[in-house]
Design a protein around this ligand. Sequence first.
Ligand SMILES: [Zn+2]
Ligand SMILES: [Zn+2]
Length: 346
Amino acid sequence: MNLAMHAIFDGPGQPLRMATSELPTPGHGQVLVRIRLATICGSDLHTVEGRREAPCPCILGHEAVGDVEAVGPGRDPAWLGKRVTWTLADSCGTCRPCTEWKLPQKCERLFKYGHASMNGGGALSGCYSTHILLRPGTTLCEVPEGVPDAMAAPANCALATAIAVVESVPGPGRHAVVQGGGMVGCLVVALLREAGWERVTVVEPLPARHEFAARCGGIAVLPTQALDLTSGTADAVVETAGVSSVIGEGIRLLRPGGHYAWAGMVHPASRVDMTGEQVIRKCLTIQGTHNYAPRHLHAAMKFLQRHGRRLGLDSVVSTPFGLHELGVAIELARSGAHARVAVVPG
Ligand SMILES: [Zn+2]
Ligand SMILES: [Zn+2]
């Protein structure tokens, strides 16, 4: 019998449980994908630890690469057998955010993978599963040959988001400061350097992350060293740290007319301590970026093809765990020893 197997999340503090379900036949515009490799994202950890609410029971996981196993009517059959990744959200393509505002990630009927109740129509919608059923408004993207699964899996979250963030930053300029040297921060560094920025400083408290930041072309410093950076010398600052305590320093470092991109503080505990006067007198632009549009995922695949090997982007992903070891894999992810921990469901 054709069955999908998945790990089910019933809520924070509860053990993951393995279950099977019958493989669906894709309906109109749907695509059935067999997952090759998935990676554990920081936002999955937020959910597991109860900092981000999830409708339960649910199959977690939104970063993955897989092979197209079946396509429904209305999807090009040429996708069959292709190794693909996909946008982590499904959008309708017709509402005002999708059309007029060019923000499909803010679609009025947005559906996010790895974050839907199995009882509410989200049956096969997470990546910690042998299969996922993609919806009609989800953009598929072929993974280029030579790009390993481990490199491509986190691209539909971290890299595509980093590309959207960097797109918002005018430039290239002389000096950019990136606050936070996690995966998104380091990728922002690599993208800024590729865009021609002369110098990119990364402020990151964990010394273990400095090597990757340097490999991406940044000058990695500890927050205490960042205090020595001269005020008003950054053309742009990018916040990927996820903590609002860094904002005062970002404002200090920006030059008049500078650009401040915010991307990491995606949680309510992010109240910012600054005055309107600081922003006005310095003529600053503050730009928030959340998730990305399909074009950013296509750009991500091109970037991996050009720079993935040179930057060793697969080396920051752990050796893969089986699906039944997901609990252990999540523990390892919590330790922060790897930028991403991989899971192979097959
Ligand atoms: Zn993610
Ligand atoms: Zn829409």
